[in-house]
Each structure stands twice: as C-alpha cells, then as structure tokens.
Design a protein around this ligand. Structure first.
Ligand SMILES: NC(=O)c1ccc[n+]([C@@H]2O[C@H](COP(=O)([O-])OP(=O)(O)OC[C@H]3O[C@@H](n4cnc5c(N)ncnc54)[C@H](OP(=O)(O)O)[C@@H]3O)[C@@H](O)[C@H]2O)c1
Length: 285
C-alpha cells in the first residue's frame, strides 16, 4: 500500500481510511442502552483493516464507535504512533467548555493520550466559529489534539473557519463525495488543492450502491479487465486516487471481507480516458 501525506501534516496515511458510522438505530441503541449490535464483527473488521495496513480511522462522538476503534487497535497490536485517528465533536458541543469536555470524553473512549485529527462534525450558526476555533487551538497547545478538521461546511463557512484560527490551520474537511455526487468539485476541491487541505470523502461507495454486488456494466467491465479483474468497489475507490492526491475516501468497515476487498483498490491507476469512461458508465448503474 502506498502511503500519502495527509494535507500539510507531514504524516503519511493509507490512500483510504476506515469509516465507522453504522446507522441511526445502531447509534440510538448504543447511546440509550449501551447495546452495540454486531460489536465483535465490527471490531474484527476494523482490526482486519489495521492489520492490512490501513492507518487512517474515522469515528465521531455521536457514532458510539470510539470504544470499538480502541478495542480494534489494541487487538491489532499496531503501535499508536503509526495510526492516524480522526474523531469529531458534535454540533451542540462547539462552545469552548463543551468542546473541551467532548474532547476529554473522546480521549477516554478511545483510550488514547491524543487525537490526530479533531473535526467539527457540522457547523452551528448559533455559536461563533471564533469561539470554537480558539478552543481547538487551546486543545492543540495542550497536546490533546494534533490537527484541526471540519466537516459539512460549505465553501463560505470553510473560509470563515480558516480565518478564525490564529496560530493554526485547517488540515482537512470531510464531505459527501463520490463518483455520482460531485458537488464539491466546483469549489471545495480546487480550494483544498490550493491550500494543501486534505478531503475526507464520506459515502464513497454511495452507501454500498457502488459495491461489488451491483454487477459490472460492459464499459466498467473493460476497465476491470485491463487491471486484472478489479471489482466495482475497487474501481470506485480507485477513482478517488487516480483523480486526486489530496482526497481520502473512508468507506464503512463492518464486514471484514469488504475491508479485504477494498484493500485491493490502491495498487493500480486509471488513465484519464478510463476515469472519463468510468464517470460516464456509472450513470447507468
Ligand atoms: N461527516 C459526516 O457527516 C459523515 C456522514 C456520514 C458518514 N460519514 C463517515 O463516512 C463513512 C462512510 O459512509 P457510509 O458508511 O454511510 O457509506 P459508504 O462507505 O459509501 O457505504 C457503506 C456501505 O458499503 C458497503 N461496502 C463496503 N465495502 C464494500 C465492498 N467492498 N463491496 C460491497 N459493499 C461494500 C458496506 O457494507 P458492510 O457494512 O456490510 O461492510 C456498507 O453497506 C462512515 O462510516 C463515517 O465514518 C461521515
């Protein structure tokens, strides 16, 4: 697996990460009753990914999966400093005191001394971004977080959040992005390339719609054949790496077999013609 610098961090991560969001029902059961359905399988999937070389893991306080990430890391035996753990503060925790508390909670749940990337999950127009970013910088000075990220900010809010930082910079943004949902290509991606900001692409497989079970239309079959029989999910993930060096998809990891399959997405590159063919072909899926 070829590792690439994540934004301007100097830290190299795998071309894709492990997403750990399940579904609203799963989250509700975890929050209300402490029941984490399929816990063993989820931990196994994350552990499988780590053992296969994925070192970028995405979670969030709202997902109820920080503990699972911690368990999987422990079981994998991989050193903490070789991993890049990203988590997120929920939008109601963006006042200074709430953010500090949320961060301390995430540190406990993750059973770690620091978070690599601490992201604002969603903007909150009722809380000044300057207050949140000042608290982020406080956490950074204390060594509790290494880098600051945002998620679900439109371009205007993104620039405001960058300007709200005094001594630091925005390392990444996390957005809904895949081959059939490409809104951010018009403004956010060019802005991120210019500023060396990383993009974490969520829903990279369009909730599994662009997974291997769908079957390959003829034109995609041609691309698959020329790269040794790659599956649709592998081509879909590869599309991100072939197109951009600063975009990191984070497919959800809950089935270890899917994780293994996704690991076969990064050992080839598609040509410009293949990228165009793929973009055109997926319209018919
Ligand atoms: N920042 C935000 O607001 C935000 C919002 C939503 C999500 N996220 C992040 O983005 C991650 C990804 O989003 P997502 O999980 O909803 O969408 P996704 O990654 O596009 O799709 C996940 C679905 O794809 C399936 N899948 C994975 N690999 C596959 C393969 N090789 N073949 C066939 N199917 C495959 C999964 O099945 P299995 O589960 O059975 O493996 C799951 O059903 C989340 O886990 C989370 O970390 C962030």
């Amino acid at each position: 697996m070829e590792y690439k610098e994540f934004g301007n961090t100097g830290f190299k991560v795998s071309p894709f990460g492990l997403g750990t969001y399940y579904d609203p029902g799963w989250i509700a059961a975890a929050k209300l009753f402490g029941v984490r359905r399929g816990r063993e399988q989820h931990v196994k999937a994350i552990k499988t990914g780590i053992e296969m070389g994925i070192n970028l893991i995405d979670t969030a306080e709202i997902y109820g999966t920080e503990q699972l990430v911690s368990e999987a890391i422990k079981a994998s035996g991989v050193k903490r400093e070789d991993l890049f753990i990203a988590t997120k503060a929920w939008r109601s925790h963006l006042r200074r005191d709430d953010l500090i508390k949320a961060c301390n909670r995430s540190l406990r749940e993750l059973n770690t001394g620091y978070i690599d990337l601490y992201q604002i999950h969603f903007p909150n127009s009722r809380i000044p971004i300057t207050e949140t970013m000042s608290a982020m910088e406080e956490l950074q000075r204390q060594g509790k977080i290494r880098f600051i990220g945002i998620s679900n900010f439109k371009i205007k809010g993104m620039i405001e959040s960058e300007n709200a930082l005094k001594d630091s910079t925005v390392t990444s943004t996390q957005m809904h992005y895949n081959v059939v949902h490409r809104d951010i290509e018009k403004d956010i991606i060019p802005h991120c390339i210019e500023k060396k900001i990383a993009v974490l692409a969520y829903y990279p497989l369009a909730h599994g719609k662009l997974g291997s079970e769908t079957g390959l239309p003829d034109k995609i079959g041609k691309i698959s054949k020329s790269h040794g029989g790659k599956t649709l999910s592998q081509i879909t993930l590869n599309w991100f790496y072939s197109k951009y060096s600063n975009v990191f998809p984070i497919p959800r990891a809950s089935n270890p077999e899917h994780v293994k399959e996704n690991c076969g997405s990064s050992d080839f590159f598609m040509s410009t013609e293949e990228i165009a063919l793929f973009e055109e072909s997926v319209r018919s899926i």
